[in-house]
Design a protein around this ligand. Structure first.
Ligand code: NAD
Length: 236
């Protein structure tokens, strides 16, 4: 942690790799004490504390909250993407997607919002997706629905938690170079790049910088927003 930092505690889910790891690094650089939660092993110099937990389990968010105490900044980033045709998407696929991508953020917000309210200051940032706006482009119906739910949850909580000093925002990334998009067929990837005004996939750090902005004092008048971080791929 840098000297003269914020001194705030941030909890980032899905912090082992990809966007979550980059967010942990950015928040550490901004002076936060960063707690990382992931179901896979973490190995990061940016984390003050690492928690190995499966967020598909609804008991986990409350356990984590009991364990860590006060959190000022909550970043709901962990997610699973199961790419299957709609007709082939099983109940188990749907349930896992909703459990990790939507229920866990819901429960983590529920667990940490009272502490933020007591402090009179809090930041919740939900990592949604461009697919919340488009429905997705690669057979991801359950995933896209979970992300649209997360955008709606962001708005609901912005209203409910605003009076107690907590802002709630989302980012909607698209085409970020992480494990999540590794399996994309080359022709699909090429088509996507041709549709993106900035003409490339992005680095995870290019999402982390926006999350870091939303976590800071400079975003004090931003709440209920979903910020597109997609190179101009979709503009709404
Ligand atoms: P990623 O797969 O590299 O990272 C996801 C992380 O979440 C992993 O570390 C994984 O272990 C963790 N995770 C998954 N299930 C978990 C569980 N049950 N319990 C605990 N941790 C769990 O992918 P990423 O691209 O870095 O994704 C980060 C976020 O960005 C996700 O919310 C994703 O939906 C979103 N997003 C990514 C893209 C993209 O192009 N990469 C686009 C839109 C949205």
């Amino acid at each position: 942690m840098e000297q003269g930092g914020s001194g705030r505690v941030a909890l980032v889910t899905g912090s082992a790799r990809g966007i979550g790891r980059a967010v942990a690094e950015a928040l550490d650089r901004a002076g936060h004490e960063v707690i990382g939660v992931d179901r896979i092993r973490q190995d990061s110099a940016f984390l003050a504390r690492m928690i190995e937990a499966d967020l598909a389990d609804p008991a986990v968010p409350v356990q984590i909250a009991r364990d860590v105490g006060r959190v000022d900044v909550l970043v709901n980033n962990a997610a699973v993407l199961i790419s299957k045709e709609f007709s082939a998407t099983a109940v188990a696929d749907f349930d896992l997607t909703m459990a990790v991508n939507l229920r866990a953020p819901f429960l983590l917000c529920q667990a940490f919002a009272p502490g933020m309210a007591a402090a009179g200051w809090g930041r919740i940032i939900n990592v949604a997706s461009i697919s919340a706006r488009t429905g997705g482009r690669s057979q991801v119906s359950a995933y896209a629905a979970s992300k649209a739910g997360l955008v709606s949850l962001t708005r609901s909580l912005a209203r409910e938690l605003g009076p107690s000093g907590t802002t709630v925002n989302a980012v909607a990334p698209g085409a970020i170079e992480t494990a999540m998009v590794e399996g994309l067929a080359p022709e699909l990837r090429g088509r996507f790049v041709s549709e993106i005004p900035l003409g490339r996939f992005a680095r995870p750090e290019e999402v982390a910088s926006v999350v870091s902005f939303l976590a800071g004092d400079g975003a004090s008048w931003v709440t209920g927003a979903t910020i597109d971080v997609n190179g101009g791929w979709v503009m709404v």
